[in-house]
Design a protein around this ligand. Structure first.
Ligand code: NAD
Ligand code: DAU
Length: 376
């Protein structure tokens, strides 16, 4: 790692906390500044294990605060930014698109402007890495509802499931066709990042990743929400018929890809990240029920009757499937976990960390900053 001081935005969130942990542990000679506003999705307890490391610093700040970010970048001589801070939940974006435009678009622009001012055209050794989503590409058709063998094999996708539900995948050259306010805002932010590369020569990189799963995910998202509901025998609200397909990647594999791309990716380029691991929602939900039941010593499948079909999400994208072959070929990245292992690990983590879940669902996690950081 050649960078001396990096800001990771959104480091108190789900993916950000895994990226912060990886960088703090792997690069003891690099100062890692976690810049996070601590919205409802930010939880500093996600980082308890590294919060006292000498190369870690937390700064409570809104990415929209241009002056604040600029000052921080100048004071700390920041030479790299890994930008994850965002509003990330599609259902919330349908109810409140303004917040998504503000944080995801204006917040990203504010960061770009601050980096441009702080670096002042001296791009050597600098990097602005923007983390985005596959949702910007829109939805793929489901031409093979029964599933076909995709033409790729990766270590992680060689498990039992490993089916694709159509021939087409999201490749880096596809036109952007976002459907939800969330993905429209992310698409816009991606384009601003590219515009700063093309117009000012800023050394940027953009990556678009598929659905992540693993520890520390806020329980508004499918996997942690359903694990917790199954545990407490609460209904599982399945949108529509449960036929929508998502492509799941274990969050630590995403963090490893971010590390590799930040250090070795080509400036100005875009990489798609995903594990060729498509699942229909209903199939994944059945795996979750069987796994939770087994780990809690209940008869496997006993909780299938919790499945409750509810009104579909508005504009619900049918299928996401990432083609990550560019990243695999150019930088040699490969997911490390088969899905079966990853989901078992994830379910175990949520069941073993009921305190974390209880703190989140009760709202107590929001006191962590005042208790641990205020006045430091
Ligand atoms: P998350 O919602 O769990 O965390 C977002 C973090 O950003 C929180 O800590 C929050 O406090 C912080 N934040 C929000 N607004 C802020 C602001 N104005 N200023 C500073 N901090 C702010 O999100 P996540 O699921 O970890 O996603 C992280 C990034 O990865 C997002 O950019 C998202 O679009 C992208 N992404 C997510 C997935 C996924 O499956 N979760 C997949 C691909 C890409
Ligand atoms: O594809 C990457 C994206 O994945 C990220 O960019 C987003 O930040 C992240 O939230 C995720 O978006 P999804 O909308 O795919 O994730 P979510 O967990 O909300 O939903 C997954 C699927 O499950 C989706 O098809 C909707 C469905 N679902 C979700 C919830 C919360 C349900 O059927 N019931 C539910 O209660």
């Amino acid at each position: 790692m050649t960078h001396k001081t990096i800001i990771i935005t959104g480091g108190a969130g789900f993916i950000g906390s895994h990226v912060v942990r990886l960088f703090v542990n792997k690069y003891p000679d690099t100062k890692i500044i976690n810049l996070d506003k601590l919205t409802y999705a930010g939880n500093l307890a996600n980082l308890k294990d590294i919060e006292n490391k000498p190369n870690y610093k937390f700064v409570k700040m809104d990415i929209c605060d241009f002056e604040g970010v600029l000052k921080l970048m100048q004071d700390e001589k920041v030479d790299g930014i890994i930008h994850l801070a965002a509003e990330s939940h599609v259902d919330r974006s349908i109810k409140d698109p303004f917040t998504f435009a503000q944080t995801n678009v204006m917040g990203t622009l504010s960061l770009l402007q601050a980096a441009k001012a702080a670096w002042n055209g001296e791009w050597e050794g600098k990097r602005f890495y923007h983390i985005s989503t596959d949702e910007v590409y829109g939805a793929l058709e489901m031409t093979h509802p029964e599933g076909i063998k995709p033409p790729f094999t990766t270590k992680a996708s060689s498990g039992e499931h490993h089916l694709a539900y159509g021939e087409k995948f999201f490749t880096e050259d596809l036109k952007y066709q976002p459907h939800s306010p969330y993905s429209a805002a992310k698409a816009s932010s991606d384009q601003f990042v590219r515009a700063f590369h093309d117009t000012f020569g800023m050394p940027t990189i953009v990556t678009n990743c598929s659905n992540n799963y693993g520890p520390y995910q806020f329980p508004e998202k499918l996997i942690p929400l359903f694990i917790n509901n199954i545990r407490h025998r609460k209904p599982l609200p399945v949108y529509g018929k449960g036929e929508n397909v998502r492509d799941w990647l274990y969050v630590e594999d995403h963090a490893r890809a971010i590390d590799l791309i930040f250090n070795e990716g080509k400036v100005g380029d875009t990489y798609n990240i995903g594990g060729f691991n498509e699942w229909k929602n209903i199939d994944i939900i059945k795996v979750l029920i069987n796994t939770v039941d087994r780990l809690l010593g209940r008869p496997e499948g006993a909780d299938m009757d919790l499945i409750t079909y509810v009104t579909d999400r508005a504009g619900h994208d049918l299928r996401y499937a990432i083609d990550s072959s560019k990243l695999q070929k150019e930088l040699g990245w490969e997911p490390s976990l088969q899905f079966e292992e990853g989901i078992e690990k994830t379910v175990r983590w949520y069941l073993d960390n009921q305190d974390w879940m209880d703190n989140v669902t009760s709202g107590d996690y929001q006191k962590y900053y005042d208790d641990m950081y205020k006045g430091r």
